[in-house]
Design a protein around this ligand. Structure first.
Ligand code: PEP
Ligand code: MG
Length: 748
């Protein structure tokens, strides 16, 4: 029988026109593969559909392969011949697929026996939709006429799939693919570590505000009244106030009013009043509540102001709280205890809220800003970052174990794994209670090394003390600015800074001035949209353009330093000029304080973060001007290697051991030594014990790190002599390739 390509195209056209009546995309795709296989007389015809977010192709219909493979077989973009056809948006026709290195036969369905292979991408212009594949046992079975016919089919399929997407959006509830049954077999996912610690709990998806409407539960009690609604409002208010006061107690520097938006909306007569009015007019309380919450969500999401858009989160949260109080008859709504949050985007204030509500840990799909990870470390909540494909492997209610330090997630862990987790948790608790750190840190040959603490929240101070920090090497002052809705006044800032100086009792404290911009956004300012925020108004640039904010902060820092050993450090310095201008600001503030007859620390030292390539190049000139320098490798790596520190797709290129980074650190340390300028290192490179020999070897003897890392870093220092460290550093500086450094680190 000959192939009947013209008839096939007609049949598919007819099938496509019927599509919107049947509404099931999978049924349609299955009919399409049968029609194609029949007319082409091909043993196999399959359709893979592409998910742009997960960057994954999934087998959605097949004639000829085992039906059990549908929905299970997945290919990454570029993987296998089908993945390659889609990646390169071109047809691939091969006589003997098995001879092509890219061929990746699907295991267990006997695909190896099909020799001829033709794959055509399904696309809408440059948008990737999927791949149409035909296969046959006969070699060299498909020709260019088949390829042309298949391309015509693919074009029709593209429009059907697009219509299906639209239908899905319109009837989200009806067509959301049913979640697969909970897996019973344990699965290990290797993500990226963002914040250490271990946690166990059930997966709980917290979708970003824009991800959908607030929905009422499936079964509604019909006995609820206006009184029940009023009681739910009162109860919700009580709970929110209790949460707020708990946050105030533990996180006084940042948590001010974090539940404020909820309380404000709750107190808004237009909101609760509208619900009451609808109930009085006969609406069921739950329906009235859901309707009004959704109307507000629409208003907020349509707002051009991103801050207002974010209030969608708060509205949904509040909606859930009210609903649970309304339906639960006074039962306390569930907090996040025993749960691990799965989220794509979160604000720092969301993390604080969720932790106050007892969330055990976090799994984030990309989108982790520097501050989200930093705040989790301070709150001692593990966080693991995963890519979209890994994220899709975890379903709500799955049992999870996460190890933030390793970046691993165990889905549905076995009892042995749980026992191991318990052992690890107990060991960590023990170490927290009595951390194994000595008062002084020395190399194996007795050279004194100084370990300071990076402090993000005031709650870190107690930890720094317990872990015997010799002072504060970096206080990231931006957290009270980032999280609060209102700008902290000079006096409020003074109180926070003073707490740090007092708790250090004469030990050195380095305050870093506000480092916002990039991904570190200020809560109390309307965001200025920038095309390249990391290259925009960040760090010292923001302060020099907002001199009032700068001057209030400097005054607060100068005043807080009275009787202490304090220093002020400027972030993101790119030129000598910026430092000089900042120093002039400090001198003006001193004059201002003299005029106000306020006491302040006249001996305050002034220094810079060396975290931009331009600062490395100008380091000699800067060393002439400054009292001290601190190397910020987190940004130095980002800017030297042009790799966004928060972008999951390029995370493999963010390498602290890149030869250019090693040489930059060596240069700064050497210049500092020759100018006798105090130099320290406060970036995350020093969290890694494997890098300690190099850092010591180039002459860094002062580190500022997260206090909980101190025992490990002290051990790494004690394990090596300075002589050996110098030799190691020399060897590492010789390498021109990343791979050479990696091999060297593996061998040592
Ligand atoms: C750095 O850039 O290395 C640093 C310590 O600062 P931050 O992580 O706050 O940008
Ligand atoms: Mg930095």
């Amino acid at each position: 029988m000959s192939k009947t390509n013209v008839n096939m195209i007609c049949d598919i056209a007819e099938l496509s026109s019927l599509f919107d009546k049947s509404k099931s995309l999978d049924d349609f795709l299955q009919s399409a593969v049968s029609v194609v296989a029949y007319h082409m007389k091909a043993a196999v015809c399959s359709i893979y559909i592409y998910d742009e977010t997960a960057r994954m192709l999934t087998l959605r219909a097949t004639q000829g392969l085992s039906a059990s493979a549908i929905g299970k077989v997945q290919l990454r973009l570029g993987q296998g011949l089908a993945g390659l056809a889609l990646k390169e948006l071109r047809s691939i026709c091969v006589a003997r697929a098995s001879e092509r290195p890219e061929f990746l036969p699907i295991e267990g369905v006997g695909e190896e026996k099909y020799k001829a292979f033709l794959a055509v991408p399904i696309r809408r212009q440059l948008t990737r939709v999927g791949v149409l594949v035909v296969q046959d046992v006969k070699e060299n079975y498909f020709d260019t006429a088949d390829e042309q016919a298949l391309k015509a089919i693919a074009a029709q399929l593209a429009s059907v799939v697009e219509n299906a997407d639209l239908l899905m959006a319109l009837h989200r509830q009806e067509v959301v693919v049913a979640p697969e049954p909970l897996e019973t077999a344990p699965r290990l996912i290797k993500g990226r570590p963002a914040s250490g610690g271990v946690a166990r709990g059930a997966a709980r998806l917290v979708v970003s505000g824009r991800a959908g409407r607030f929905r009422s539960p499936d079964s509604l009690p019909d006995t609820l009244t206006l009184d029940d609604f009023n009681r739910a409002v009162k109860e919700s208010e009580r709970q929110l106030k209790a949460l707020q006061s708990e946050a105030d107690e533990k996180l006084s520097d940042v948590a001010q009013l974090i539940f404020n938006a909820h309380l404000l909306i709750l107190a808004d007569e237009e909101f609760t009043g509208e619900i009451r009015r609808q109930i009085e007019e006969g609406a069921a309380p739950v329906e009235a509540l859901v309707g009004v919450v959704n109307r507000y969500i629409e208003i907020f999401s349509a707002s051009p102001n991103p801050r207002l858009q974010e209030k969608e989160h708060d509205l949904k949260d509040l909606g859930h709280r009210l609903l649970e109080n309304l339906m639960g008859g006074g039962r306390a709504p569930a907090d996040y205890g025993g749960q691990i949050i799965l989220a794509d985007t979160l604000l720092p204030s969301d993390v604080l809220k969720l932790v106050t509500e007892k969330a055990e840990g976090f799994i984030m799909q990309g989108g982790v800003t520097a501050h989200i990870a930093i705040i989790c470390r301070s709150l001692q909540k593990p966080m693991v970052m995963v890519d979209p494909q890994q994220f899709s492997l975890i379903q709500e209610s799955h049992n999870l174990l996460i190890d933030g330090a390793q970046g691993t997630i165990c889905v549905q862990p076995s009892s042995e794994v749980i026992a191991e987790y318990e052992r690890l948790r107990k060991a960590m608790e023990k170490m927290e209670a009595a951390p194994p750190v000595k008062e002084e840190t020395r190399t194996a040959d007795g050279v004194r090394i100084r370990l300071f603490a990076n402090i993000n929240l005031l709650s870190d101070l107690e930890v720094a003390d317990r872990f015997r920090a010799e002072g504060v090497g970096l206080y990231r002052s931006e957290f009270p600015f980032i999280i609060r809705d209102a700008f902290p006044l000079e006096e409020e800032q003074y109180q926070v800074y003073r707490r740090i100086v007092e708790s250090m009792g004469g030990r050195e404290v380095t305050f870093r001035t506000l480092d916002i911009g990039g991904d570190k956004l200020l809560a109390c300012q309307d965001e200025v949209e920038e095309d390249n925020p990391f290259l925009g108004l960040r760090g010292i640039r923001f302060l020099l353009q907002n001199k009032e904010i700068f001057s209030e902060q400097l005054c607060a820092m100068l005043r807080a330093g009275v009787g202490g050993n304090t220093r002020i450090m400027f972030p993101l310095i790119s030129s000598v000029d910026e430092f000089v201008e900042a120093r002039e600001m400090v001198l003006e503030c001193m004059k201002q304080l003299d005029g106000r007859r306020e006491e302040y620390n006249r001996e305050t030292k002034l220094g810079i973060m060396v975290e931009l390539p331009s600062a490395v190049v100008l380091v000699e000139d800067l060393a002439h001007e400054v009292d001290f320098m601190s190397i910020g490798t987190n940004d130095l790596i980002q800017y030297m290697l042009a790799v966004d520190r928060t972008n999951e797709t390029v995370s493999k290129l963010y390498l602290s051991h890149h030869p250019a980074i090693l040489r930059a650190i060596e240069r700064v340390a050497a210049v500092a030594r020759s100018h006798r300028t105090d130099v320290s290192l406060c970036g995350d490179i020093a969290r890694d014990p494997r890098m300690i020999p190099f850092l010591l070897g180039v002459g860094i003897t002062k580190f500022s790190i997260a206090p909980r890392r101190m025992p490990d870093i002290q051990k790494a220092v004690e394990a090596i002599s300075m002589q050996k460290a110098v030799y190691t550093a020399r060897q590492m500086l010789e390498f021109s390739r990343i791979s050479e450094v990696e091999e060297f680190l593996l061998d040592t």
